[in-house]
Design a protein around this ligand. Structure first.
Ligand SMILES: Nc1ncnc2c1ncn2[C@@H]1O[C@H](COP(=O)(O)OP(=O)(O)OP(=O)(O)O)[C@@H](O)[C@H]1O
Length: 284
């Protein structure tokens, strides 16, 4: 049987509310389990007991409401975050487009960032040189390639990030909402590139709120809710499950509002003074 390229088992991560997650490198030396942490009351688990297998060539959409741990899951897959429970195992390197800027340094120019990010992801200077024109051409930043990235718009950063990251030869591509900021022409170009990578047998894990994009790229969908996998099936099944959860939630909220309104009205009625007719009124 084929081996998974990404495997998550009982995966969980704990954050402290109001605090930034502990640093990765420090964490390698000071490793404490979630249960041993001090401010347990402040701890929360955006993801817990998450299990899945992703196979080479899969294109998987990660679906879920805001704050349900989709980006956190991608960060766990890349190894930027370390789980507090369970594990996520990767067979092969990851090309991550998980932040708008793809890890760029604002003070460096586009050109310097291409060299830096390419090198950080393991490209040799010869490889970067050979891909450079294609990256600049794709991102349409010829006139701005020597401008510091901090002066780029979010769309420009994503274009350059997409250009660099999709040139990496790594078998796993992670994309987090990167297409959301692009205009229609950019989206069309991305579609061609992503299709090409999938045709080469790359594996895609794709976070998006766009049903259209999810259906365009992914056959499979994982719906995350309340920190865990609720549905792992076709992208349509995961989307249906997501919509059902949304409808249930909207209904629950409406019912709660109605109940609160009724309770408030009843309390107001109970507190209102009872008007007793005076003797003159009573005589008429
Ligand atoms: N580094 C961090 N430190 C502490 N809490 C964090 C950290 N990163 C994310 N969180 C919290 O973890 C939860 C999950 O966040 P995450 O960004 O993974 O959600 P998401 O599903 O990607 O949301 P969205 O759809 O809005 O992008 C949120 O409550 C968020 O505030």
């Amino acid at each position: 049987m084929e081996e998974p390229i990404i495997q998550a088992r009982d995966l969980g991560i704990c954050f402290a509310k109001g605090k930034q997650k502990k640093g990765r490198v420090k964490d390698l030396f000071v490793r404490r389990s979630a249960n041993q942490k001090g401010a347990a009351a402040q701890d929360f688990w955006p993801l817990r007991h998450v299990n899945f297998d992703i196979f080479p060539g899969d294109a998987v959409g990660i679906i879920g409401r805001n704050g349900t741990g989709k980006s956190t899951l991608l960060r766990l897959i890349t190894g930027v975050l370390i789980p507090d429970e369970g594990y996520v195992r990767r067979e092969g390197r990851v090309a991550p487009l998980i932040a708008l800027s793809a890890g760029f340094s604002g003070d460096l120019t586009g050109r310097e960032n291409v060299n830096l990010v390419g090198a950080l992801h393991g490209m040799s200077s010869k490889e970067i040189k050979s891909k450079f024109d294609e990256i600049v051409d794709f991102s349409e930043l010829e006139d701005f390639i020597d401008t510091p990235v901090k002066h780029y718009s979010s769309g420009m950063k994503v274009r350059l990030g997409f250009g660099v990251i999709t040139q990496l030869p790594h078998p796993i591509l992670l994309v987090d909402e990167a297409l959301a900021v692009g205009d229609a022409a950019f989206k069309r170009k991305c579609q061609v590139v992503i299709r090409g990578l999938l045709d080469q047998g790359r594996t895609l894990v794709f976070v998006s709120h766009s049903e259209g994009d999810l259906k365009k790229y992914c056959k499979r969908g994982i719906f995350l809710d309340a920190g865990t996998v609720v549905t792992d099936g076709t992208v349509q099944e995961a989307l249906d499950s997501y919509k059902e959860a949304e409808e249930r939630d909207t209904k629950r909220k409406a019912e709660k509002k109605k109940r609160q309104k009724a309770e408030k009205e009843a309390a107001e009625r109970a507190a209102a003074p009872v008007l007793v007719p005076g003797p003159a009124e009573a005589a008429t």
